[in-house]
Design a protein around this ligand. Structure first.
Ligand SMILES: NC(=O)c1ccc[n+]([C@@H]2O[C@H](COP(=O)([O-])OP(=O)(O)OC[C@H]3O[C@@H](n4cnc5c(N)ncnc54)[C@H](O)[C@@H]3O)[C@@H](O)[C@H]2O)c1
Length: 435
């Protein structure tokens, strides 16, 4: 930790979710006194007892530090902090408009429980302009002056929570960051703070807007690339070309190609959400992000496309989709976690139910939403399967096991199974862009 007295030692984190909790732990680990504030009392109680409210490898490995966070649902703890970091959700509504309510309410709590000269850092994902156009007016209304009464900075988080392996060993402690701030002093303070907790470069941006833009660009880049391969999957399926093999082939080019893979759709709090923040903000300036809108449409269409593939297979088997037992294998949006946010499984289930299928849901990470006791029970109950989440336990299933339990058709929504072996066993198979 910074030894220089200039750099304060008391930090408060608002929002102890997938982003805020690892950050609070890391800040404790680096020697700061940390207050954690969240409206969710159950979460606070769990953390106070030294338990993580969700499964996360970074937290699991540092479980002993949980009880060292002064976790509270009392916002007056914010008065004790020199640095307040905001990690509350920034979702979209059913029409895909950004919802700023949690962010605004967190900043209002900071203002109500203010300590003079605090550094306030927004880590939540936001579009360019939010800090200056949405948040700073709240301070102005309270007659607080930036650079004197408070310092405002934005340092978007980049972690991919869950297992370290998913994020190639990167976590809150070692991912490079960008920072923008409204004043030089705020920028220097924020940069020094992040340098003291993160073992990676911290890049100071020219403005707070530039830092806000970095994050939406990063996630839009991913959304667009995934949309491209999802579109290829639909096109190549009609030409009987295996898109996965093609991408693996193209990826042998050592430069200027980056492999992305098609699937049953994107999920989570970031990729299917953040591009809308940019789309909506640009619209206010009279700019239409056609490319990005189109990517969103393609990726949003994938769950329905996946169900159509199942419909086709059942037709080939002369089975009606109505009342056929279709197993949905995996509910969370990514492998080996229990996170359901924006999961394509939800839309797949909706589509299947609309078509009258008898849906059997199963996810060992989410037993409360499963219709089967265990994998064996799930396979027994299902006639056909849509493979939605690439949990290790699912990708390890041998093709013979599907046969043993009488599975007649599989839609491999994550292109993870051995299609040749499955087809040899007489099971109908479709992947996303492979047959
Ligand atoms: N999850 C990710 O993979 C990820 C990665 C990078 C960035 N982000 C961004 O980080 C932000 C937080 O995401 P998350 O995944 O941690 O969300 P989360 O839902 O897991 O956690 C947010 C927490 O904030 C609390 N909260 C909501 N409003 C509050 C308020 N007014 N005061 C105090 N607490 C409040 C909630 O109770 C919850 O515990 C979002 O903007 C998200 O886009 C998320």
């Amino acid at each position: 930790m910074q030894k220089n007295k200039k750099y304060s030692k008391v930090v408060a984190v608002i929002g102890l979710g997938y982003v805020g909790l690892p950050l609070a732990i890391r800040t404790v680990e680096k020697g700061y006194k940390v207050f954690g504030f969240d409206l969710d009392k159950k979460k606070i109680q769990a953390i106070q007892k030294g338990q993580s409210p969700f499964k996360e490898e970074f937290i699991e490995k540092r479980k002993s530090l949980l009880s060292k966070i002064n976790a509270s649902s009392d916002p007056t703890v914010l008065q004790k902090a020199d640095i307040v970091i905001v990690c509350v959700p920034t979702p979209v509504d059913e029409k895909f408009y950004p919802i700023f309510k949690p962010l605004i309410s967190a900043v209002e709590l900071i203002i109500k429980n203010k300590k003079a000269g605090q550094l306030i850092v927004i880590e939540s994902t936001i579009n360019p302009g939010v800090c200056e156009e949405v948040l700073m007016p709240l301070f102005q209304k309270a007659k607080l002056i930036e650079g004197k009464d408070y310092f405002l900075a934005h340092c978007p988080e980049r972690i991919n929570p869950g297992k370290d392996a998913i994020s190639h060993g990167y976590n809150v402690s070692n991912i490079a960051r960008v920072i923008g701030a409204s004043s030089k002093k705020g920028l220097l303070w924020a940069k020094n703070f992040y340098q003291s907790i993160i073992d990676a470069p911290i890049k100071a941006m020219g403005s707070i807007k530039e830092a806000e833009a970095c994050k939406v660009v990063e996630n839009s880049f991913r959304d667009i690339n995934i949309a491209f391969v999802n579109e290829l999957a639909k096109s190549f399926a009609k030409m009987d070309i295996d898109v996965k093999n093609v991408i693996e082939g193209a990826a042998t080019k050592p430069f200027a190609f980056m492999a992305h893979y098609p699937s049953r759709g994107v999920g989570g709090h970031c990729i299917p959400v953040d591009p809308y923040y940019l789309i909506e903000r640009a619209k206010q300036n009279g700019f239409d992000h056609k490319f990005l809108r189109s990517a969103r449409e393609i990726n949003n269409s994938m769950p329905a496309y996946t169900v159509e593939l199942m419909h086709d297979l059942l037709n080939e088997l002369k089975l009606p989709i109505k009342s056929t037992a279709v197993g949905v294998m995996g509910l969370s949006y990514k492998a080996n976690v229990d996170d359901l946010r924006e999961s394509p499984a939800v839309k797949i289930i909706e589509e299947l139910e609309n078509k009258g299928a008898r849906v059997i849901r199963f996810d060992p990470f989410i037993p409360s939403m499963s219709d089967a006791k265990n994998l064996e029970d799930f396979l027994k109950k299902s006639t056909a399967i849509i493979f939605v989440t690439n949990h290790k336990v699912f990708s390890a299933i041998k093709p013979q096991t599907f046969k043993k339990f009488g599975i007649r058709a599989i839609v491999d929504g994550v292109n993870s199974l051995d299609k040749e072996k499955i087809k040899k066993l007489g099971i109908k198979y479709r992947g996303i862009g492979r047959r």
